[in-house]
Design a binder for this molecule. Structure first.
Ligand code: C5P
Ligand code: C5P
Ligand code: ZN
Length: 454
């Protein structure tokens, strides 16, 4: 396969060096990508240092160049800055899955080989393909799956497909991961079962989501019992109890008219890391990825990286503390959107969180708010104040993609037009723009999206 050949070229180039600077993205996919590369380098006896950035721009690219590293390995980012990397004459390898802008010799990107980087493979997956050519690294498939799930690549089909499937099967063969059909609500491994309903933000269950009391009552009504004082976790329930809950939730979803509710959003493939202790935050790929987002998106990427590298002591404990904060922030963010509401233009809907939602998680909130906004025919655009301007995040859905929506292209063009920059995937994209240009940006974006979907 041409992609594997390119991965081997990248690996061979890396092997010609003694050390590397790894530059990666501050989310779960970026963390797992960096960890995969760091482990692969270490196993070859190569030195490495890892830094994380929110996005790559002229300024931080120049700063990286000024450090004069022997080799730079960009993971989960870089594809949007290929020309700049070239013109700075950086000696680089890029393993990314964002829509490419420009070209570069050692650039491994699924789009170039006819794969969809939005759903078929993540940045950590691309990094895994290179690592696999650097040595005996098949066990790292588990981290690549955590990265893919962190980017919600299993969301569209309720399971991983394409190159992710290849990685998954390799992980199964190497006994580091298993997959099965199960309830997709968050927290199966670690939370008392009512909390799965109470904190279900991917699917918003009106009346249950947000209410401990109602969630408990719902379970009692269908005959799920506590064990003494305690509620059991999902993994502790009998199969028949699980089935009861699933049917009741399907019933609830279908009769309450939840926007976009489908059984496939409730039941799908889940991924279990076999080398991790049962009942911990790193046993399930989805919980693991959220744990990682809780670190990197709050300036603590070092903690997440240590967890990826295997620390189940101090860093793991610190990450779990950050996880609580993160969950709280997401709930507060969602409440903000619910209270403040969302403004519709012709071809998009948006909310501006100002300084109320952190720019590094506003995209997650935008994605989750899709579960309760009424109009599913418009993509959601979100703004958050950022240090040097405004952060933009956008999220679409499958129906909109079928109509021709490509947020990555629209956002990148609209941002450029107002002196900012951005990009991403067809279904999710982001940008930074100057503060005073928000209205102008919205006008242009509205038009661009209009010409894509009409
Ligand atoms: O940087 P990047 O590739 O890491 O992130 C991908 C983004 O796309 C994630 O934030 C993820 O939430 C979003 N996404 C989405 N819906 C999908 C697939 C991805 O919102 N179906
Ligand atoms: O930040 P957010 O989660 O909204 O990002 C959505 C997608 O857009 C991610 O894949 C992210 O890497 C990408 N993005 C980008 N350039 C930016 C901002 C975000 O490619 N300036
Ligand atoms: Zn990614």
């Amino acid at each position: 396969m041409a992609l594997v050949k390119k991965a081997k070229e990248c690996a061979d180039h890396i092997k010609d060096h003694t050390s590397a600077l790894v530059v990666s993205h501050i989310d779960a996919d970026g963390l797992t990508a960096a960890a995969i590369m760091k482990k692969a380098l270490k196993r070859r006896g190569m030195d490495s240092r890892v830094i994380f950035v929110k996005q790559l721009d002229q300024k931080n690219l120049q700063e990286i160049a000024d450090q004069n590293p022997e080799l730079i390995i960009f993971t989960d980012l870089g594809s949007g800055m290929l020309d700049a990397i070239k013109s700075l004459k950086l000696n680089a390898v890029i393993a990314d899955h964002h829509q490419p802008q420009g070209s570069y010799e050692y650039h491994l990107n699924p789009h170039i080989f006819g794969f969809n980087g939005g759903i078929e493979v993540s940045g950590s997956g691309m990094t895994y393909f290179i690592a696999r050519e650097m040595g005996d690294n098949g066990d790292l498939a588990a981290l690549a799956i955590v990265g893919a799930v962190g980017d919600l690549q299993h969301a569209k089909h309720g399971q991983l497909i394409g190159l992710n499937r290849t990685i998954l099967e390799e992980g199964v063969k190497n006994k580091v991961i298993k997959y099965e059909k199960d309830l997709m609500l968050f927290g199966r491994q670690t939370r008392p079962v009512f909390k799965l309903l109470q904190y279900s933000t991917d699917i918003y269950f009106p009346g249950l989501t947000g209410s401990e009391e109602a969630s408990i009552e719902f379970l009692k009504q269908i005959g799920i019992r506590q064990q003494g004082e305690k509620w059991r976790r999902w993994i502790d329930l009998e199969l028949s109890e699980k089935q009861k809950i699933v049917s009741a939730l399907i019933q609830f979803g279908l009769t309450r008219g939840i926007p976009g509710f489908k059984v496939e959003r409730l039941i799908g493939e889940v991924y279990t890391l076999l080398c991790e202790r049962e009942g911990t935050e790193v046993r399930d790929a989805s919980e693991f990825s959220t744990l990682l987002n809780s670190t990197a998106r709050y300036d603590h990427a070092d903690i997440g990286l240590s967890v990826c590298m295997g620390d189940r002591g101090k860093s793991f404990d610190e990450a779990c503390v950050l996880l609580n904060e993160h969950r709280k922030n997401l709930v507060e963010g969602l409440n903000f959107v619910k209270e403040k509401g969302i403004t519709e233009l012709h071809n998009l809907q948006y909310f501006d969180s100002g300084s109320k939602i952190r720019e590094t998680i506003v995209g997650i909130v935008a994605g989750m708010s899709a579960s309760f906004v009424n109009n599913r025919n418009l993509p959601i655009i979100a703004f958050a104040d950022s240090q040097d301007g405004v952060k933009v995040s956008s999220r679409g859905n499958q129906d909109l993609l079928r109509k021709g929506l490509n947020l990555g292209a629209a956002i990148s063009q609209a941002a450029k037009a107002v002196g900012g920059n951005g990009g991403g995937h067809d279904i999710a994209a982001g940008a930074f723009i100057p503060r005073e240009s928000k209205n102008e940006f919205l006008k242009i974006l509205d038009m661009k999206i209009g010409s894509q979907i009409n």
